[in-house]
Design a binder for this molecule. Structure first.
Ligand code: FES
Length: 57
């Protein structure tokens, strides 16, 4: 599923980046995957996915 349509970033890409690099903040996540750079509508959902994935590690 696409989370960031502007940059074609999927939930799988976010989950993979979280598992591999364990980002703690949205800035750290955005350094790993290019989301939230245009309209910003994806930020809230991306944060939720990051939190979920970190909890499952
Ligand atoms: Fe992510 Fe627009 S959907 S910046």
């Amino acid at each position: 599923m696409y989370v960031c349509l502007c940059n074609a970033v999927t939930d799988k890409a976010i989950r993979k980046a979280v598992r591999q690099h364990n980002p703690h903040t949205m800035k750290q996540l955005r350094d790993l995957v290019p989301l939230g750079t245009d309209c910003g509508k994806c930020i809230r959902q991306a944060r939720q996915i990051m939190v979920e994935e970190r909890a499952s590690i």
